[in-house]
Write a protein that binds this ligand. Structure first.
Ligand SMILES: [Fe+2]
Length: 287
């Protein structure tokens, strides 16, 4: 088992210094500067397919390390999104939401997070709660949270509550501040921080200029079911109301109760193309 796989299974994250070389890092920084922004529930820059293509061999070769790992097998990756402090990206402790609503699990889900503009090593990083530390301090809570997602942690008076933003209610109450378990890898531009989808993470600070690309790898063969998608709560409905992608997911599950993830993603992709075509037609009619 490689060092990377071992660390991801044990700690949930691993820092890979110098994952991209200087030319690759610069090319992505330029792509961000020329970029396209889409506003759904937060402002993300979308990486051009040509920019992803530049580093795709590297990502594919990284993913081959998981080929024989039963419990964690991300095998395919999609496009990239840029998270930039100048766009006001600043999140508190959470497990990611939208990837969980789509994948329905964060098992086999890997976030490849690479700063491409990052002048200060010690600042404006991602803070993470290592899996082994969480498990040691709150084994029962972690057993409910492992491979999960769509959770937000709030701390008050030395206690932490973790909300279930997928089905409502609370996942756990902890008698300590989650913050106490945090670690913050100091990342340079071109370093990769590999994170399992179930890792609690937050923005360290928003005080320096930082742009990071996040590329998500997943397993296209896992099964997704209508029943999971239809579980809901006010937090999930808020995401659904703010992104037309969810209409496409509902439509796909109207037709079939279960499918593999790649089929769901194909339906979402086709629906997005149709939306973009309709927007173009509307625009040319207005001109
Ligand atoms: Fe996140």
């Amino acid at each position: 088992m490689s060092y990377i796989v071992e660390q991801l299974l044990k700690r949930g994250f691993v820092h890979v210094p110098g994952f991209l070389d200087i030319e690759e890092t610069e090319a992505l920084a330029d792509d961000y500067r020329n970029g396209q922004f889409h506003r759904t529930v937060y402002t993300l820059g979308h990486a051009a397919p040509e920019a992803i293509e530049l580093i795709s061999d590297k990502i594919r070769s990284l993913l081959t390390q998981f080929e024989d790992v039963t419990q964690f097998k991300p095998s395919r990756f999609g496009g990239g999104a840029y998270f930039a402090t100048e766009k006001g990206i600043n999140f508190g402790w959470h497990q990611d939401h939208e990837s969980y609503f789509i994948n329905q699990t964060h098992q086999h889900y890997l976030n490849i997070y690479i700063p491409v503009i990052k002048p200060e090593l010690e600042r404006t990083n991602l803070c993470v709660i290592p899996v082994d530390r969480f498990m040691e301090h709150a084994p029962e809570a972690w057993s409910r949270l492992e491979w999960g997602g769509a959770a937000t942690a709030k701390t008050e008076n030395g206690r932490t509550t973790i909300s279930n933003d997928h089905a409502g209610g609370l996942h756990a109450e902890l008698d300590f501040e989650l913050e106490e378990l945090g670690e913050t890898p100091a990342l340079a531009a071109g370093d990769a921080l590999l994170l399992r989808g179930d890792m609690f993470h937050r923005t360290q600070d928003n005080d320096t200029e930082r742009v990071a690309i996040s590329i998500r790898a997943f397993n296209p063969d896992i099964t997704v079911v209508r029943e999971h998608y239809e579980q809901s709560c006010p937090a999930k409905r808020w995401f659904q109301a703010n992104n037309p992608m969810y209409g496409a997911i509902s439509d796909a599950f109207e037709e079939r109760d279960r499918m593999i993830l790649s089929e769901l993603m194909m339906s979402m992709f086709k629906a997005r193309q149709a939306r973009e075509r309709a927007a173009q037609t509307q625009q040319s009619a207005a001109e």
